[in-house]
Write a protein that binds this ligand. Structure first.
Ligand SMILES: NC(=O)c1ccc[n+]([C@@H]2O[C@H](COP(=O)([O-])OP(=O)(O)OC[C@H]3O[C@@H](n4cnc5c(N)ncnc54)[C@H](OP(=O)(O)O)[C@@H]3O)[C@@H](O)[C@H]2O)c1
Length: 299
């Protein structure tokens, strides 16, 4: 008779699944890597700061389960190298989490062209670079139980444009959500799942000056700093912000679904803003239905 308990069984199953997580040295990425290690998975954790990642992983760091890699998401050679290093170490990649990203706060007048382009480079083109280079492997990986899976971390700001001073950041997250929708269309024939993850506010290093970029205030608009201060206050209220360890547990549980969702709002704030945006779209399209549906050559 087997003496193995169910948690050991799960851990054994997980031991054969390899995750690739970008932006792993802090915040949601770090929490995810910690939880993955705890649950027995293998993880490639990419970062710009390997030592910080290893320090922050603390007791969760072990070389059997974690491959920490320095990756520049804007450099394709660096990503290619990380994928070949991952395959050399773990032989495969099953689940990719495009998590790395940062906030840029300001409005459409005061954010400079350079700030906007850099924001798109990291939050959008970095995601595309990973996808382009990992797909040749994922398409040929037939070993994952329900098929390989790509999680792209968007944001509620990428579904509901209700946040002042977050327009360009939000636009990058709308792009990430759009990429996920079209990826799903393209990748369905290969059995690869795609989930667009749209978190509400989670307590991470997101507002830290090392992460967040802030445009210079200009008169007539609400102060950007005032907006950040409000956010910081929110971070202090445990009932109003998300817990990154619960975010990590949710992603892991979704990865085990046979039919995972394309769209995943995370947190009660995100869920509520989803409902509001959907209601408002429904109202708009219903109001002008007669005009908008009478544009064909003939009826
Ligand atoms: N926290 C929230 O409320 C929230 C809500 C919605 C969506 N998100 C999204 O969740 C993801 C994780 O953010 P977080 O809240 O965990 O923030 P965080 O604590 O600041 O961590 C962000 C991670 O992204 C990476 N990153 C930041 N700037 C980068 C750059 N210029 N180039 C490459 N990598 C960069 C960093 O990776 P390394 O330093 O390790 O290289 C870091 O580990 C982001 O995509 C963010 O937009 C966060």
């Amino acid at each position: 008779m087997s003496t193995t308990n169910s948690s050991t069984n799960t851990s054994n199953e997980n031991n054969n699944i390899v995750w690739y997580v970008t932006g792993a040295s802090k915040g949601l990425g770090l929490e995810l890597v910690k939880k993955l290690v705890q649950d027995g998975f293998k993880v490639v954790a990419t970062t710009r700061s390997k030592q910080l990642l290893i320090d922050n992983l603390g007791e969760h760091y072990n070389t059997d389960q974690v491959l920490p890699l320095v990756v520049d998401l804007l450099n394709e050679d660096s990503i290619k190298q990380s994928i070949s290093d991952s395959l050399a170490k773990f032989a495969k990649i099953d689940i990719v989490v495009n998590n790395a990203g940062y906030g840029l706060f300001g409005n459409f007048e005061n954010i400079t062209d350079e700030q906007a382009r850099t924001q798109f480079d990291v939050n959008v083109f970095g995601v595309l670079n990973v996808i382009r280079n990992v797909l040749p492997h994922l398409r040929n990986n037939k070993t994952t139980e329900h098929g390989p899976h790509i999680f792209n971390i968007s944001s509620i700001t990428g579904f509901n444009g209700a946040f002042p001073n977050a327009g360009i950041y939000g636009a990058t997250k709308f792009a990430v959500d759009g990429i996920s929708q079209y990826l799903q269309t393209d990748l369905k024939p290969f059995g690869i799942h795609v989930t667009s993850v749209l978190p509400g506010v989670f307590k991470t290093e997101f507002l830290d000056p090392k992460s967040l970029v802030v445009a210079k205030d200009i008169p007539d608009y609400p102060s950007v700093q005032g907006f950040i201060d409000k956010f910081s206050e929110l971070f202090q209220e445990r009932t109003k912000v998300g817990d990154p360890s619960k975010f990590a547990a949710l992603l892991i549980s979704i990865s085990k679904e046979k039919n995972p969702p394309l769209t995943l709002p995370v947190g009660p704030d995100s869920f509520g803003l989803f409902e509001k945006r959907i209601e408002s779209v429904q109202k708009d399209i219903a109001q002008f239905k007669d005009q908008t549906t009478s544009t064909n050559f003939s009826n």
